[in-house]
Design a protein around this ligand. Structure first.
Ligand SMILES: [Zn+2]
Ligand SMILES: [Zn+2]
Length: 237
């Protein structure tokens, strides 16, 4: 069902290879049957606030969210869980210029972000890279995702308001508390006038501990954003 939705969003004109395993596809599409089956999409039931999978039907919120645990966002959603079998889809996109994956991943964001778009949003903001890393990698994977998604959901992207003014090490090199420290005060808003009064959606490929998102969201709220939602392709559970 999810795959159908995703295929419907994407154009179906060209014969392709499966973007996950490389197998030539007999029919038009983006994923082979095996891969579509294997991806761990986050499907209901999940927490209506944080988007984490729930193990019981008929409850709306996870224990943390219903216990009044403070969240830095309004809603958070991810299309799939980040695990060994699905890593490749994102890693290829991020580091090996497989930017054709951007359409597939953006379509997944559109499906996963339905509640967020229903709640009403004004701007998509990709999590920025530090400019030195942008030069090295030549593209910001989050901007690429946001640009594709923007056309699918008809919400503008703002690429220059939020900046990563401090160079940070990749979050994967750290764990736990060190991740929080690594990105502490790394983000700021350069053009608050573009943010003030806006409902903003932060876009990224993977959410690990959420520290990066939290720091970004705080900078945006400080600049006057009315709400900040979080939308990522994958999340580490
Ligand atoms: Zn495949
Ligand atoms: Zn929750």
């Amino acid at each position: 069902m999810l795959r159908q939705l995703i295929d419907n969003i994407l154009d179906m004109l060209l014969p392709r290879r499966c973007l996950r395993c490389g197998k030539i596809l007999g029919v038009a599409g983006y994923l082979c049957d095996k891969c579509a089956e294997e991806i761990n999409f986050i499907t209901p039931p999940y927490c209506q606030k944080c988007g984490n999978p729930l193990h019981e039907e008929n409850i709306r919120l996870c224990a943390g969210c219903s216990g009044g645990q403070k969240r830095f966002y309004r809603l958070a959603r991810s299309a799939m869980t980040y695990d060994d079998s699905d890593k490749n889809l994102i890693i290829a996109f991020k580091f090996f210029d497989h930017t054709e994956n951007a359409s597939l991943l953006a379509a997944m964001l559109k499906v996963a972000g339905k509640d967020i778009f229903d709640a009403g949003v004004d701007l998509l903001i990709p999590v920025p890279l530090h400019y030195t890393r942008l030069i090295k990698r030549r593209y910001n994977q989050s901007s690429l995702l946001a640009d594709k998604l923007s056309k699918m959901v008809n919400v503008p992207v703002e690429n220059f308001a939020l900046i990563r003014h401090r160079k940070t090490r990749p979050q994967v090199e750290f764990s736990g508390r060190a991740r929080v420290i690594n990105v502490k005060n790394a983000f700021s808003v350069k053009h608050p006038e573009k943010i003030k009064g806006k409902r903003v959606v932060l876009i990224d490929d993977v959410m690990t501990t959420g520290s990066t998102m939290k720091e970004s969201a705080q900078a945006l709220r400080k600049a006057g954003a009315v709400s900040v939602d979080v939308l990522t392709v994958a999340r580490v559970l």
